[in-house]
Design a protein around this ligand. Structure first.
Ligand SMILES: Nc1ncnc2c1ncn2[C@@H]1O[C@H](COP(=O)(O)OP(=O)(O)OP(=O)(O)O)[C@@H](O)[C@H]1O
Ligand SMILES: [Mg+2]
Length: 460
């Protein structure tokens, strides 16, 4: 419960409201209390002063009685004394606290002819004022006025009750809020948790509300996409693994078979040479395959580093073709190169050579005798295009998009005979893409294949 996000948010809400309430309460309470008390005191003093004014003009028994009578009907108490504090008249019973206040006032030196002498309404039962009756310079007596502080306290008490009520209301609202929040926030979160668990256990539908328009919706959609990616990756990995095991098994079967022959039978020298050559070739094939797989693994781990430098493109092309000349000559294939002589490009030398070798090797393998292969480089404003076109057997339309997949071969048996494992184009694609370019293939069955590479022209 305590760890639930709805509870946390609810608590935060509650504490915040409580804080605001207490702050408001304190400010309001202090303000109201003081205003209230000040008002009563002003009133009290004004009344005392009025009585005094009257008594200064007519300081006689009937006026004094009259004042006493007037106040007996009011909320206040008046006490009129002579200069020594002897009570001449009072409107109500004189409490002990009143007596004490009067005594104290008489002991203190007179400061003005009318003042508040007891203002502590919080602790005392009365607040009091003292107005001095003077004729000329002679003190004739005092008009003491008292007002009960109960009334002020009562008002403030009422206010306190109101605030408590509001506090209770806040508490109830908070509980309701926590409940609503838990519906609004926790439920989708719990669903997401459930969904990720399902993904982990690889089972069931994902109970996600992906139509929500808020952040939770975004999160739900992301989780769903992740789940799809994961499923895709898993199938891809399984397919890849089964292809690899197949690829590894085939040459190993050959190697094992020929090794068996070599060890068991009495065979002549020429056959021994023949079989051991096959074994050697298959082993070489295997080690190339493993190297390529290793390269692909590096791509996946983002360890595929390319070291770019400025290089004359024509030079790499010529060097690759020189190296591959025996293969072309074998089939009497002519390679036509059209590349601007001094075109410098910012590329990884070794990797780019690998690209040309892969593509020219494919073209050569799938071309008939006495045909030609065109390698054309076209320079555009911001990019350059490398086209490798053969007049070979071509690829069926529906297969074209798949040839860049790892270990994908169009005609499995025939390609194997050629020594292909279906990794060349996958690696080529990775290399081109890590140079910031892209590669595509167009092919027509029986007419030939065209590979088009686009590389960005670096202005550095
Ligand atoms: N120029 C081409 N003409 C016809 N088919 C092609 C051509 N290039 C590629 N292919 C087809 O695409 C498949 C994949 O090519 P890729 O270069 O990836 O693999 P591979 O040549 O079989 O083996 P590897 O290059 O790993 O030795 C080939 O097996 C082949 O069927
Ligand atoms: Mg190839």
């Amino acid at each position: 419960m305590i760890n639930k996000i709805s509870f946390k948010i609810g608590m935060l809400f509650f504490v915040f409201i409580l804080f605001v309430e207490i702050l408001l309460f304190v400010i309001l309470y202090l303000n109201l209390a003081n205003t209230q008390a000040n008002e009563v005191m002003d009133n009290l003093l004004a009344r005392g002063n009025t009585h005094r004014d009257v008594l200064e003009d007519h300081f006689n028994a009937s006026t004094i009685d009259h004042v006493g009578m007037m106040e007996s009907a009011s909320d206040f108490t008046v006490v009129i004394t002579d200069p020594n504090g002897n009570v001449i008249v009072d409107s109500n019973h004189i409490e002990a606290e009143m007596k004490a206040v009067i005594q104290k006032a008489l002991q203190n030196p007179i400061q003005s002819d009318g003042e508040i002498i007891s203002s502590n309404w919080k602790e005392n039962q009365y607040i009091a004022s003292n107005s001095i009756i003077m004729t000329g310079n002679e003190v004739k007596g005092h008009v003491f006025m008292f007002a009960e502080t109960n009334k002020i306290k009562h008002v403030l008490n009422e206010m306190g009750k109101q605030f408590k009520l509001i506090g209770l209301l806040t508490f109830i609202i908070t509980i309701v809020t926590i409940f609503i929040l838990s519906k609004l926030i926790t439920v989708p979160l719990i669903r997401m948790k459930k969904a990720t668990e399902n993904i982990q256990k690889e089972k069931g539908e994902l109970p996600l509300d992906i139509k929500r328009k808020d952040e939770l919706g975004v999160l739900a959609r992301t989780i769903k996409e992740l789940a799809e990616d994961l499923t895709h990756l898993k199938t891809e990995r399984n397919e890849f693994l089964s292809s690899i095991s197949h690829e590894l098994r085939t040459p190993l079967t050959y190697i094992k078979g020929y090794a068996d022959i070599l060890s068991r039978r009495e065979i002549n020298k020429t056959d021994t040479l023949k079989y051991s050559t096959i074994i050697k070739e298959e082993a070489e094939q295997l080690s190339i395959l493993i190297k390529n797989l290793f390269d692909l693994a590096k791509v996946d781990q983002h360890n595929f580093v390319i070291n770019q430098e400025w290089i004359l493109l024509d030079q790499i092309i010529q060097s690759v073709i020189r190296r591959m000349k025996p293969a072309f000559d074998n089939k009497n294939i002519s390679v036509v190169v059209q590349c601007p002589e001094n075109l410098k490009v910012y590329i990884d030398n070794a990797r780019m050579q690998q690209v040309f070798i892969n593509l020219l090797d494919n073209a050569q393998k799938h071309s008939l005798h006495n045909t030609s292969i065109l390698l054309k480089v076209v320079e555009h404003k911001r990019s350059l295009e490398i086209i490798i076109q053969d007049e070979g057997e071509g690829i069926p339309n529906e297969e074209v998009p798949k040839v860049f997949n790892r270990l994908y071969r169009v005609e499995k048996s025939r390609s194997r005979m050629n020594g292909g494992s279906g990794i060349g184009l996958a690696i080529t694609k990775e290399i081109i893409e890590s140079h910031g370019g892209n590669i595509k293939m167009e092919s027509e069955l029986g007419k030939g294949t065209k590979v088009i590479i686009t590389l960005p022209k670096d202005e550095k």
